[in-house]
Design a protein around this ligand. Structure first.
Ligand SMILES: Nc1nc2c(ncn2[C@@H]2O[C@H](COP(=O)(O)OP(=O)(O)OP(=O)(O)O)[C@@H](O)[C@H]2O)c(=O)[nH]1
Ligand SMILES: [Mg+2]
Length: 230
């Protein structure tokens, strides 16, 4: 009996969240903005990736960041150095952003700027390999990071994140010489879950793979003037 009630509650929650996500995406579409939802377990390298992305792309694209964190603005402060709007959202006890929280972020962006000026909104989700995958926020594409320190089995143990990802970044590959890890096995496990996902192995330390990542981002920009340049 309890199980039926819990399942119904979860379905209602996810349904309400999806309606909100579709609404957020409609705003992004209206303004010609591409929105990426960046997700991973804690510490896989999301903020470092955003730092390098802003460093490389903020002169060619107009970018805003929505930064989800449970309690602090530490990541938001790191990203404000790049002189782009960074909207910090504290989720409190929630282990993921939801579409209502991101709607609040969109409202702030709209209040302070002309949203049609923007090309790209990067959402950094709360570090968690499970819940963020289930709660869309209005993104066009999902980007999942998996660092090589987390273990080759993670795509099999946490399938939803990997099934849903449009782009999977295998991070911290500079650490491979110090670990007993087989990166090709990580790739095989990811492909088992999601045969067509774009996989890019990167290192924020050496810069390996970063240009391929930046090109992937450029290739998904919706604004015609920008897309034409790619
Ligand atoms: N060696 C190495 N370290 C990395 C790399 N990328 C990130 N790190 C380190 O990993 C740690 C966590 O990086 P963050 O970017 O803060 O990770 P995050 O996913 O944003 O973490 P949360 O927001 O807490 O979930 C930092 O000490 C980074 O310097 C990499 O490619 N190589
Ligand atoms: Mg972070």
């Amino acid at each position: 009996m309890h199980q039926t009630f819990d399942a119904a509650l979860e379905i209602n929650l996810l349904h309400a969240n999806q309606t909100g996500a579709d609404h957020n995406r409609a705003h992004f579409d209206e303004w010609g903005i591409t929105c990426l939802n960046i997700m991973s377990s804690p510490g896989a390298g999301k903020t470092v990736l955003l730092e390098q992305t802003l460093e490389a792309l903020s002169s060619e694209l107009k970018i805003a960041v929505i930064e989800g964190d449970m309690t602090t603005e530490l990541d938001a402060e790191r990203l404000r150095k790049y002189n782009v709007p960074v909207i910090a959202i504290n989720t409190g006890r929630s282990c993921h952003l939801d579409s209502k929280m991101v709607a609040g972020g969109i409202h702030q962006l709209k209040h302070q700027y002309n949203p049609t000026d923007f090309d790209l909104v990067l959402v950094e989700n709360v570090g968690n390999l499970v819940c963020p995958a289930e709660f869309e926020v209005g993104e066009h594409l999902k980007v999942a990071l998996l660092s090589i320190t987390e273990g080759e089995d993670k795509p099999l143990k946490y399938p939803i994140m990997f099934q849903q990802a449009d782009c999977l970044l295998i991070t911290k590959i500079d650490l491979a010489p110090y670990l007993e890890v087989d990166i090709s096995r990580i790739e095989d496990n990811v492909r088992q879950m999601n045969p067509h996902v774009k996989i890019i192995a990167i290192s924020a330390k050496t810069g390996a793979g970063i240009e391929t990542w930046l090109d992937w981002v450029r290739s998904h920009i919706a604004k015609p003037a920008v897309a034409a340049k790619c």
